[in-house]
Write a protein that binds this ligand. Structure first.
Ligand SMILES: CSC[C@H]1O[C@H](OP(=O)(O)O)[C@H](O)[C@@H]1O
Length: 360
């Protein structure tokens, strides 16, 4: 059974405080948008899809406890709160895309005369948010299955051969609504009996790999080994790595992909060693409004996340730090982008995905 990062039922929202993992599993209540923003900004909840889910559900929870004089006031309130939620972290696009979809729905309900009042409009908006959550859950499994198929086909080998797959950061049930994206691909390979071994990087400085991915892999008894970020080149040289699969925070229209810092250098190493390199992400991580990776804003996090581990100082006081949370992997280093609709080459991505996205 996968770990649950988010608990939501009948208007009550709780999140697993990921800052305390792996030592402590503590759920904290999210009672509205302000709580949601703080949980995202502090990275108590993180992961592009999970950010959008918690942000949207925090709005649903707040709406259920409030009343509004009329539909246009409700529309203004919703628009303002969605913009605020998008400001919590700048790089992942999923919250922005969810906000666009919910703004479109809000405007439609506001102008629909068959929606009699703000109370009815509010209930329909909450239902839309809950519907988006359900879709995220089902999309994850499709990504996992398409990804497993793509990685098996590129690895070649005999029908009985199993894969040795490297992943970076955390893209599992702690970063999504459940099954995961890149870690979902590893789960699908494992379920098919086609995973020989999974490798996860520690993912400095926040240690999503050591604290979260390792936690998920051990929890589900998936054969796996953790490596230092700096060991990836030696791993590829000394072991047979069949393929790499990572997540994404924002994929530009040309396939350039922003993901956790360290992804770009793994892609360069994969190219050098002839290892297929996959990105696994839902359509809600693909930003067709951003032409290429140069235009993606990269979040920089506080130096303390580098100088301290678990509250203990590990770096010399006074040293300057540069702590970008993400980097951009150019499309030409990516074998394919795996979505809930299939695996697409970066070159065909925009043409394949555009018809599949809602008309925002
Ligand atoms: C499926 S999660 C996508 C993405 O989010 C993570 O970043 P963070 O932990 O800072 O939110 C990481 O880049 C994952 O690949």
């Amino acid at each position: 059974m996968t770990l649950q990062a988010i608990k939501y039922s009948s208007g009550r929202l709780e999140i697993l405080d990921q800052l305390l993992l792996p030592h402590q599993s503590t759920y904290i209540p999210v009672s509205g948008v302000e709580d949601g923003w703080k949980a995202i900004h502090s990275m108590q909840v993180r992961g592009a899809p999970a950010i959008a889910i918690v942000g949207s559900l925090s709005l649903a929870v707040e709406l259920l406890t409030a009343t509004f004089d009329d539909k246009s006031i409700l529309r203004q309130e919703v628009e303002g709160k969605l913009n605020y939620l998008c400001s919590a972290r700048p790089t992942a696009v999923n919250m922005k895309i969810a906000a666009e979809e919910l703004t479109l729905e809000t405007n439609r309900l506001c102008s629909d005369d068959s929606v009699p009042n703000a109370e009815d409009m509010k209930k329909r908006l909450v239902a839309k948010i809950e519907e988006m959550l359900e879709k995220d859950i089902s999309d994850n499994k499709a990504i996992g299955d398409y990804g497993a198929k793509a990685m098996l086909s590129s690895a070649g080998g005999s029908p009985s051969s199993k894969l040795r797959v490297l992943t970076h950061c955390n893209t599992g049930s702690l970063a999504t609504a459940g099954y995961g994206t890149a870690l979902g691909v590893i789960r699908s390979l494992f379920a098919l009996g086609k995973l020989e071994h999974a490798y996860c990087t520690e993912t400095r400085p926040y240690n999503q790999g050591a604290r979260l991915t390792a936690y998920e892999l051990v929890h589900e008894k998936i054969p796996s080994t953790m490596v230092c970020d700096s060991a990836v080149s030696a791993l590829m040289k000394s072991k047979t790595v069949s393929g790499v699969v990572v997540g994404a925070d924002r994929i530009a229209a040309n396939g350039d992909t922003a993901n956790k810092i360290g992804t770009y250098q793994i892609a360069v190493l994969a190219k050098y060693h002839g290892v297929p390199f996959y990105v696994a992400a839902p359509l809600t991580s693909i930003d067709l409004d951003t032409a290429n990776g140069d235009r993606i804003v990269i979040e920089e996090r506080p130096a303390v996340e580098m100088t301290h581990v678990g509250g203990k100082q590990v770096a010399a006081s006074g040293i300057n730090c540069w702590n970008p949370a993400f980097d951009v992997t150019p499309a030409d280093l990516i074998t394919a982008i795996i979505t809930e609709h299939g695996a697409f080459s970066p070159a065909e991505l925009a043409a394949k995905v555009a018809p599949l996205k809602p008309n925002l």
